[in-house]
Design a protein. Structure first.
Length: 184
């Protein structure tokens, strides 16, 4: 009985950790999250719900909508772009109304949900590029936070009475690691 209760609580905890933010929820239970499928088979993805994200490459406010060009990255199960992954290509998202370019500036991480609406011819530099187009219905900006982990070997020692080593007096080895984590 305890084992079943424990597994049930563990499952609830794990599902809670991987939940998608409200701004990225879709009508479909399984939106398309594989950018390669959209890029390689745009006709199959037409009018399908998607959840895609990556790094903002450019933003331009038009008369009634905002065009956001995004360099696609794979997403985690909760919709966060995987910052260590290789870029998969680019897509364009159109959102109704004005979006502040200083907040949604190039280099920021963004995940969008919406429907695929064909393709758009454009350029990346001087290279001709075919952008899949997403009509955005929800979006989530992300931040990258740096965390520092320090292992201080000098603090983990045995010192008994007068039998202390030089490491016991605060002289020792310290190792640190900087990691990056994507958060809301």
């Amino acid at each position: 009985m305890f084992r079943v209760l424990f597994l049930g609580l563990l499952t609830v905890f794990m599902v809670g950790c991987a939940s998608v933010p409200e701004s990225l929820r879709t009508q479909s239970e399984s939106p398309i999250t594989d950018f390669m499928l959209i890029r390689d088979n745009p006709a199959i993805a037409q009018d399908q719900e998607v959840r895609l994200g990556g790094v903002i490459a450019a933003i331009r406010n038009e008369k009634r909508r905002t065009r956001i060009e995004i360099v696609s990255l794979p997403l985690t199960s909760d919709g966060r772009p995987k910052i260590d992954a290789k870029p998969q290509g680019r897509f364009v998202g159109y959102a109704e109304g004005f979006i502040e370019p200083l907040e949604y500036r190039p280099g920021r991480l963004l995940t969008v949900v919406g429907k695929v609406n064909g393709q758009e011819q454009g350029t990346v530099g001087e290279f001709d590029y075919q952008f899949p187009v997403v009509v955005i219905s929800g979006r989530q900006l992300w931040q990258v936070k740096q965390e520092i982990r320090i292992d201080d070997f000098a603090r983990y020692h045995d010192c008994i009475g007068t039998r202390c080593s030089f490491m016991s007096y605060g002289v020792g080895f310290t190792r640190g690691e900087v990691t990056q984590r994507v958060t809301k």
